[in-house]
Design a protein around this ligand. Structure first.
Ligand code: SF4
Length: 381
């Protein structure tokens, strides 16, 4: 099996790992009859730079038994692996052809987590030292990898991730009999956080985690509470949420899939905590401990705090503006910039310049005037 045949299989099986704001490329890129667009993900890095990631597994051999996973030891799929040299050389061929500019490398646990982690680190070391590749590399830390491997990954990769998968120890046994939540998963994130705090120049794109939402019966309040703690105490760069989808041949093949709206609401709540300065006690959960599927968490907060409104667009602070539904950090900055340039900011200008401003209308005043009637609002569009 040559490099591209392996990319076809190991790229397909790597798609369940989230690695940034990545979405599948729509561009058709064919190399040796393989449509690489399926495994190349255009992604925006924290500094705004755009990269094309090759997302790939080192191996789909895995001794673990994660119940949702298509390559666990319980499933029947053809098993293949790259060698470190083969993967590094193949990646560089794609890089030189300008098809990819970054690598996301994960793997099944092949026989022994430390041995597999070492092979992944060898791949990255070859890219960095032999090929002098200075671009983006996101490296998955395997459960069971040693502290020494963690330190090496910390020095070689641009970003690393440890997937918690579930928010609490009590759920881990529902999805895996091998993984140890406190020591192996959360414990590793704590070590990475410690290393980053003491060596801020390494791991320039930070470290992340991922939850498989709905696979273990966990509640949104548990996921978001864990997220809040990860951002506050460990300074995680990002938390990703992947709505569980049953895969044929796995122990969970007959379990219901998680509705995509649940994933959307988790990202919205995450944004409020990470970018809008909301506290965990400002996120509303229903009696079952879940976010509403009907309304986004910011609108729910606004409707439960009507005494905070209306916000006067002409004088509100940035912090006040981003509390208004329909106004995010980018729109708030735009309003502040418009206020400097235009002496009499009016509703028409705001609606023209900010596409989501219609949602803000019930919560604002402009020059002391509230757009109260629907006729007034409709007249603006
Ligand atoms: S460790 Fe679990 S999630 Fe990762 S490849 Fe193995 S079975 Fe799949």
């Amino acid at each position: 099996m040559d490099f591209f045949d392996k990319v076809k299989l190991l790229g397909e099986q790597a798609k369940f790992d989230l690695c940034g704001d990545c979405f599948v490329s729509k561009e058709i890129r064919r190399v040796k009859d393989i449509n690489l667009s399926q495994w190349i993900y255009p992604t925006t890095l924290p500094d705004g730079k755009k990269v094309r990631l090759l997302k790939i597994l080192m191996s789909n051999i895995c001794e673990n038994d994660c119940a949702y996973c298509p390559v666990s030891s319980l499933t029947k799929v053809p098993r293949i692996s790259f060698s470190a040299e083969e993967l590094a050389a193949g990646f560089m061929r794609l890089h030189r052809a300008r098809l990819v500019s970054g690598l996301f490398l994960s793997s099944g646990v092949k026989y022994n987590p430390e041995r597999t982690m070492q092979e992944m680190l060898d791949t990255v070391a070859i890219l960095r030292r032999k090929y002098n590749f200075r671009g983006y590399i996101h490296l998955k830390i395997l459960p069971g990898a040693s502290l020494q491997s963690l330190e090496t990954a910390f020095k070689l990769a641009s970003r690393v991730s440890v997937n918690l998968e579930v928010p609490d120890e009590k759920y881990i046994e529902k999805i895996s009999s091998y993984k140890n939540f406190a020591e192996d998963l959360l414990g590793k994130l704590k070590v990475i956080s410690y290393l980053k705090k003491n060596n801020p120049s390494y791991l320039r794109d930070g470290f992340t985690t991922q939850f498989v939402v709905g696979a273990a019966g966990e509640k949104d309040v548990e996921i978001i509470s864990r997220t809040y703690e990860l951002y506050r105490s460990l300074r995680l760069s990002r938390v990703y949420y992947s709505a569980f989808q049953p895969v044929l041949g796995t122990p969970l093949e007959n379990s219901p899939s998680t509705p995509p709206i649940r994933e959307v609401r988790l990202y919205q709540a995450d944004f409020l905590l990470r970018r809008y300065g909301f506290r965990i006690d400002e996120i509303f959960f229903n009696e079952e401990g879940n976010l509403s599927t009907l309304e986004d968490p910011k609108t729910i907060w606004a409707n439960r705090h009507l005494d905070f409104f209306p916000v006067e667009i002409g004088s509100a602070t940035y912090e006040e503006l981003i509390r208004v539904p329909g106004i995010g950090p980018k729109s708030a900055r735009k309003i502040l910039a418009l206020r400097k340039g235009i002496s009499h900011l009016d509703l028409e200008t705001l609606c023209l310049r900010i596409p989501t401003f219609r949602r803000a209308l019930p919560y604002i005043t402009v020059r002391g005037k509230k757009p109260v009637t629907m006729a007034e609002i409709k007249a603006l569009f």
